[in-house]
Design a protein around this ligand. Structure first.
Ligand code: NAD
Length: 471
């Protein structure tokens, strides 16, 4: 029996991804007896085949670009050759280290890891199916479903793992293909396009909507597209993939471009990055009577992540978008603190940052300029380019800008958008500013150290007040 003889817990979490493992640890800190059922490695998609290994590969990809620039720094390298193999192996070591970290945290916090596949099995019961097929039942006062999501595939572009990859397969590739078509220019498509281009692939991005990273501010999308094109990538937006046929060692694709013209393309590999779907089948949700949304089959929850069935909760990707690890972690904490009678606050869905770790990096929080206008706000928009920031110039990366959308009435930070160096780190200041309901003036008045990239945050705030200094 996986639970070391223990059969009954205060809380059982099904799924050990960022939502599940964080919920388990926090619940244990609050004095609950906790078990977490995980069939694969602890850490889930994010840590094992998502966020963490891609960040490792993107670090390698950025290094390729930096090494190409080394001569300017007086570093002689000779001809730079690239090989995805060692970078891929490094990414596995990074993931393994983080996975062991979660195992350690479980031991430290006395969370029992039940190895196997978990299913709801009647009131307050969870069945765990081990790798050898044996089944054990556990009791719990509360059960959190945190089963995550998996790549979606288009009906005419089935992921075969050989010619057509999802992100799951792309992460294990040791040799960059000669050419690759990336279908979908959301976060996953944009990040893998960056990795494969850096390691020598000819990259074509095909996106159905009118721009890359369609959820970001339009100016940010336009800047990223420009930057990618400069690197030699082909980008087709407003383009719909229609057919994909494997032929010899490659794949023949046809797509309709933005002008409605049919285009043909032959590539060695295809990466399908057209979104993810929740893992809500085969978890026993139907028999438990848990309601799913009509569209997307996500589990319906209230602000405390409670489903319609007492004692059953859902967090993370399986409970709906945005499908982000940090959102899942916060849902887990909000959920278990409520269960333990020590709630802090429900998740603030208006203040969840988006981060894409491509180069240039993209990060944002709050409303885009377009959304703010549509919502009827009277706004002032400020833009500060990295070229006006001394640290960015010294760093050698001035590709991009900071854009702040200010509500004129209360001078609140309606939205902040960063494209450029360390955007994904810098966005946190705007997240905190919004969390503390700071005005744009307050962001500007806070002294940013000189010379740092963070000064551009103050300058972005000043720009939204119509008075930047360094531009
Ligand atoms: P996504 O939904 O963000 O992007 C998919 C894109 O594919 C969309 O822009 C869509 O218009 C396009 N598309 C769909 N069908 C198409 C077709 N037939 N032809 C061309 N384009 C088509 O999904 P994703 O990038 O796969 O990511 C999945 C989820 O994981 C998202 O919620 C994302 O936020 C999350 N994620 C986040 C990060 C990050 O934060 N860095 C990284 C990876 C994934």
């Amino acid at each position: 029996m996986a639970g070391n003889g223990k059969e009954s817990f205060d809380l059982l979490v099904i799924g050990g991804g960022p939502g599940g493992y964080v919920a388990a640890i926090r619940a244990s800190q609050l004095g609950l007896s906790v078990a977490c059922v995980e069939v694969e490695k602890l850490g889930g998609v994010c840590l094992n085949i998502g966020c963490i290994p891609t960040k490792s590969l993107l670090t390698s990809a950025l290094m390729v670009k930096e090494v190409e620039d080394a001569a300017k720094h007086g570093i002689t390298t000779g001809e730079v050759t690239v090989d995805l193999g060692p970078a891929q192996e490094r990414s596995r070591k990074v993931s393994d280290q983080m996975n062991k970290g979660v195992e350690f945290l479980f031991k430290k916090n006395k969370v029992t890891h039940l190895k196997g596949f978990g299913r709801l099995a009647g009131k307050g019961q969870v069945e765990v199916e081990a790798a050898d097929g044996s089944k054990s039942k556990y009791k719990a006062k509360h059960v959190i479903v945190a089963t995550g999501s998996r790549p979606q595939s288009l009906p005419f572009l089935q992921i075969d793992g050989e010619h057509v990859w999802s992100s799951d397969e792309a992460l294990f590739v040791k040799k960059a293909p000669k050419s690759i078509a990336v279908i979908g220019a959301g976060a996953i498509g944009a990040e893998f396009a960056d990795i494969f281009e850096a390691f020598g692939s000819e990259v074509t991005l095909i996106e159905a909507l009118d721009r890359v990273l369609p959820l970001e501010d339009a100016e940010v999308s336009a800047h990223l597209a420009k930057s990618y094109k400069k690197r030699g990538m082909s980008i087709h937006t407003g383009a719909r993939l229609e057919t994909a046929d494997q032929a010899g060692d490659g794949v023949n694709l046809t797509f309709k471009d933005a002008d409605g013209k049919k285009q043909k393309l032959t590539v060695e590999k295809v990466l399908s990055a057209v979104g993810r779907i929740p893992n809500t089948e085969d978890v026993g949700l139907e028999s438990a009577g848990v309601k799913l949304s009509e569209k997307g089959r996500f589990i319906q929850v209230d602000e405390w992540m409670r489903t319609n069935v007492e004692g059953i909760y859902a967090i993370g990707d399986c409970a709906g978008g945005p499908l982000l690890a940090h959102k899942a972690m916060h849902e887990g904490v909000a959920c278990v603190e409520k269960i333990a009678g020590d709630p802090h606050a429900p998740v603030d869905y208006e203040n969840i940052p988006n981060c894409t770790y491509c180069h240039p990096e993209v990060a944002s929080v709050g409303l885009t300029e377009e959304q703010a206008k549509e919502a009827g706000y009277d706004i002032e928009v400020g833009k500060f380019p990295w070229v006006g920031n001394g640290r960015a110039v010294a760093y050698g990366d001035v590709d991009g800008f900071i854009k702040v959308v200010r509500g004129k009435k209360y001078s609140e930070i309606l939205g902040a958008h960063i494209i450029g160096p360390h955007a994904t780190e810098l966005i946190a200041e705007f997240v905190l500013g919004r969390h503390l309901e700071s005005t744009v003036e307050e962001v500007e008045k806070a002294i940013h150290p000189h010379p740092t990239l963070s000064e551009a945050i103050g300058e972005g705030a000043l720009a939204a007040l119509g008075r930047p200094i360094h531009i």
